[in-house]
Write a protein that binds this ligand. Sequence first.
Ligand SMILES: [Zn+2]
Length: 796
Amino acid sequence: PKVTGMVSHPPLLGTQGQPLYGAAGARGRKGVSSAARRRLYALSFACVAACCVIYVAVASQGVAVERRAVELLGEGMDKIDAKYLTAETGDGSDLIKKLQQMWFVGAHGGKPEMKAVSDEARELVAQLVVAPFPEEVKKPISGKTNPCDDFYEFACGSWTEENRHKIPAYKSSVGLAWNQASHRIRDSMEELFKTDEGPVGTYYKACMDLDHVNKQGAEPLKPWLAVVDGITDKKSLVKAVATFNKNNIDNLFSWYVGRDPTDDETRAFFLTQSAVTLPDKTYYTEDSDEMKGHRAKLQESIGHLFGLIGREKPEEEAELVMKLETDIATALDDRVVSRGDHGTVVTWEKVQETTPDWLWQEWLEELTSCSDSPDGGASMCPEGGHPAVLATGKEGGKPLLMENVAFFKKLGPIIKTHTTEAVQALMRWKLVHSAGPSLSEEFLDSLVHLQKDIYGIQQKSPRPRKCYYSTLDTTAWPAAKLYADKVFHRPNMAATSAMLEEIRTQFAAELKVEGWMADEDREAAEDKLHKMFFQVGVPTDAEGKEDWPEKTTALEGLLGHELYPNEMIGDRLQIQEGLRDLTRKPDRRKWGGSTPTAVNAFYGPTNNGLWIPAGILQSPFFDVRNSDARNYGCIGAVLGHEMSHGFDDNGRQYNARGELQDWWSPSTVKGFEKGSECIASVFDSYSIKGRHVQGKLTLGEDIADSGGIKFAYKAFEASGERSPADRRLFFTAFAQTWCEVDRKKSAATSVLTDEHAPGKFRVLGALTQFRPFAETWQCPQGSPMAPKDGTRCHLW
Ligand SMILES: [Zn+2]
């Protein structure tokens, strides 16, 4: 992964044609593992002195606890009416503090008579604090949870309760903010798609002509199946695999062209491990009923789809695929290892030595040659092919890097053990699996069946929705240009840029005083922060002029009325552009991560830059009509998050030019590691559906979240007079960015595969470790959201 996003988009769910936000919420009633709870409560009992005083006083005065509480609350209410609601001179913080203590003592003290007082105090807190919030912020809040007990439940509880059973049948999860923004884009774009006369409209029309697609059946696959059928020996097998590679279908292993991680002037050719059909290697290797069930369902689906393409022994071939895929999955480096792998410089001789059972030169020659597309469509490649790619790893050539060396070592024996028929079967499966979403309903339905098993979705997308997202995917850049020209409110760009600068100022101030950082490293870190570029809304050059990439227009005149061939042209364009890139000087600013329509934000470690797409610059993330508190809590935290990626466990390894380099002294590295290990252990303690969050997998995102909330908060404080009510709104807006509901299966999948922790834990993890949160909410030390001072993790 070259770019880090705010939320993840797991492998595009073809049948849905839509990105799924990886971070999923509402996992179980409490979500926090019992071990974590025990730890939190253990902390709480060490430091409830202040609360105990009240409790003892209440009891010793001989007044009935309940009456005393009501009296106390009554006094408070008077004060609140006068001060808090008008927000002139104060907001009743003292009262809230008392109520919080009463809640806390009652909730954790165990005396039955305190329970009622505590419950009342808890509800009163909720009522008091939300009173000044705008309606749309109030609505998702649950008055049943105290903000110091579980802030996610407090901020999102009513919304999750209401939406838990309303997940559309064709989706596996719904996120409050992300969905609102995506729906708004779709509402304004669908009409444009219908009337557009360029590639966007052409693709959309072809997709919407379902009768035609259905009539075609498996026909569009025939030229591709013929490639597989034509394999007679090892040599023709290798050539066929490369032909598929040129059309964006990987087999056995994968590859790409990217920036040389150590040199910002050079691009390199990378070999890397491939993906498998099920979401993670665990699905193939774990000996549980759950995973065995998924494997059986996959095999059944493969068999069914092989039947649809007329294979004579579909079940036998499905078994061959499963055996081969299981071996490949078992050989994969796991995600934590893969995350830290920046590639090893090799030569093709070395590659041949590592995986001797593959004809690497033959593969590379075919990959880099310009041959006609098997289906007769535009080949998209330059005449003469790509000699520079052929020369990689050689004297005078561009670098060749291998990621996942351990995988490539294991790949040799796998290729040796499995028959050519098995690899052919795998190729057919990869073809039909990737093509299915563009084929007739028979294919779609069969794939949806498989997704039902993996993600829990119930049925396929309505056709217009499916076609909208497929169009946004295949004709991504021309569609983004349409959005920018016809929908995007450009004044949002300037306001966002100003906010970014304020956040950068706060980050820079922190670098000067960060205790664990050695003095000699501060300057270089500031330099890196200073050189970080921001692209906001749409692609721009260094002078701020709009600068759209070639692919915005490259598809013009090439698409027709056949859906799958259109898809393949889009894929070939992407592949050919990648290969062509090798000889081009890298442009640090080149838009990465996604397109400007994404409801997301990105940081590129080798670019040292941020892309903030137009898609996220809208309500509820950002709106000039919203208060500063909401804007800083939502988009501000997103911007701070991306900026902090430049200094997370991966990003920090790159210098100001985005080059891998040891630019920190050992003592700074040690300090950083101490802080990041602390954060990883917080997230390790969270679990869901019996699976623990993998703190090492989500570490980069968790570090980014902790920096994001901090610098957004500091910028918010520095840019105006803020009342306690404003601060509470800031934190609530932040948490509501992550209100989510998802299906059980999808939750389990994301914890195994997603580098982002579930939304709920992102809220709990970031806010428990940020002291101003506990201060703002008057949380008693030791309550779940307020660990004892001195025990918090500290990094940025
Ligand atoms: Zn991120």
